[in-house]
Each structure stands twice: as C-alpha cells, then as structure tokens.
Design a protein around this ligand. Structure first.
Ligand code: GTB
Length: 216
C-alpha cells in the first residue's frame, strides 16, 4: 500500500532537514518502506482538504490506505511498530526505546524549539536576551542529563531505535550553536545518526525538494 507523507513545498529551512517531515522520511528509510511525498504551500496547509488530515494545518501527515495520521511522533511510532528495525523485540527494551521517543519530544525538544522561535519572532523584544538565557539554561540542563546518560555508548539504550532517531532530529536543531559542542559525546551521537545511510537518503530527498523549488 502506498504511503504518502506531506512536506513543505518550499521549506523555510532551505533544505537543512529541520522540518518534521525529515524524521518521518528517515524512519521510512530505516525500515525500507517506499513512500511518496505530497508537497504543500503554506496556503494549501490551511485549506479544508489538508485540515481534514491535520486539525492544525501542519506538516507532516501520513496516509496509508484508509489510515491517516498527523504528528511526527505517532507517525514514527506507527512505522516502528509495523516494521522491524526501529524497536527492539524484548518487551522491556521496547518500552525503554518508546520512553526515549517521548523524552525526545516532550522533554528535550520544547526548549530547543522555543529557542529557535524566540530567535526568529522575539528578536525585537526588550526582554529577548533574558528569555534566550532562560531557554538556554533549560537546554543546558536537558543536554547535561542526556550526555551523562549516553556516556560513551553509541545509542541511548543498546541498538539504534526510534528513540535515537527522534533524539537526533531534535538535537540537530542545535547545529551552529555552542550548546551541543559543550558535550562532545552528544555531538558525536548526532554525527553518528547523520552518517546512517537511511538518514542520508532522507536528507537528500528533502534537499532535492528545496533545490527543485529554488531552480524551478
Ligand atoms: N508537533 C507537530 C509534529 O511533531 O508533527 C508539529 C508539526 C509542525 O510544527 N509542523 C510545522 C508546520 O507545519 C513544520 S515543522 N508549520 C506550518 C504551520 O504551522 O503553519 C516545524 C519547522 C518549521 C520550520 C523550520 N525551519 O525553517 O527550520 C523547522 C521546523
């Protein structure tokens, strides 16, 4: 059955793979599931046809036959549950991998995403610097906990899992800031994720969309 994922027609990240379709593409590549992409303009995302798939008018969505999902976390979870390769078979190890998926999205991503938003939307505010410091303190606390848990392991809990996949996509947003560099083991962890062939196929696919939109 054909899987269809939605993505930005023209991603504001200019092909850096920071939009959340990237994690869905990566998961599909990891499990060897082919997919098609429906590209959407910002206007099309708010039209009834897309709102029927996504109540908040965002990307990504996932369609597979008569199943339609929104939210990158549950989409990656669905892919990981249906195909081998992203969740361990052992029940306890599986529960721990799922815990890391939630930790990436609920605990680590919020201050990282808020910092990016603040840098874009609140730059002119008189309290901008103060807010940035608060968010960066919060990120530092999360990274310290994560770094100490990861230690010198390759992945968060044994073999690479959907928990690592989500965590790496979250940490990638810190590229270009010194925050990640404060923890060499986390920088190496992100680099390890990005070196995976499935990651590279997903990255190249989303970059090709941006390149085509820029040259077309
Ligand atoms: N919680 C949802 C999920 O995980 O799927 C969040 C989905 C979401 O934020 N989607 C964004 C979107 O559709 C794109 S990914 N925004 C359009 C809108 O809300 O109208 C967020 C994103 C946007 C831009 C960049 N960037 O330019 O770097 C990175 C990430």
């Amino acid at each position: 059955m054909t899987v269809i994922v939605t993505a930005f027609e023209r991603s504001p990240d200019r092909g850096r793979g920071l939009a959340r379709d990237m994690r869905v593409r990566w998961a599909l590549e990891e499990v060897g599931q082919p997919y098609e992409v429906r590209l959407l303009s910002f206007e099309a995302m708010k039209e009834p046809a897309h709102l029927a798939l996504h109540p908040f008018g965002q990307i990504p969505t996932y369609e597979e036959g008569d199943l339609a999902l929104f939210e990158s976390g549950p989409i990656v979870f669905h892919i990981a549950e249906r195909h081998a390769g992203l969740l361990p078979d052992d029940a306890n190890a599986r529960a721990r991998a799922i815990t890391w998926m939630f930790a990436a999205l609920n605990t680590v991503e919020p201050p990282i995403f808020d910092r990016d938003l603040a840098r874009i939307l609140e730059r002119e505010q008189p309290w901008h610097e103060q807010r940035l410091r608060v968010l960066e303190d919060s990120i530092r606390k999360r990274l310290a906990g994560l770094s100490s848990r990861l230690g010198d392991a390759d992945w968060l809990d044994g073999a690479f899992s959907a928990g690592d996949l989500l965590m790496v996509t979250v940490l990638r947003r810190l590229h270009g800031s010194s925050l990640l560099g404060e923890h060499p083991n986390l920088s190496a962890y992100v680099a390890r994720g990005e070196a995976r062939p499935a990651y590279q196929r997903a990255f190249d696919a989303q970059l090709a969309v941006f390149t085509a939109a820029s040259t077309g």
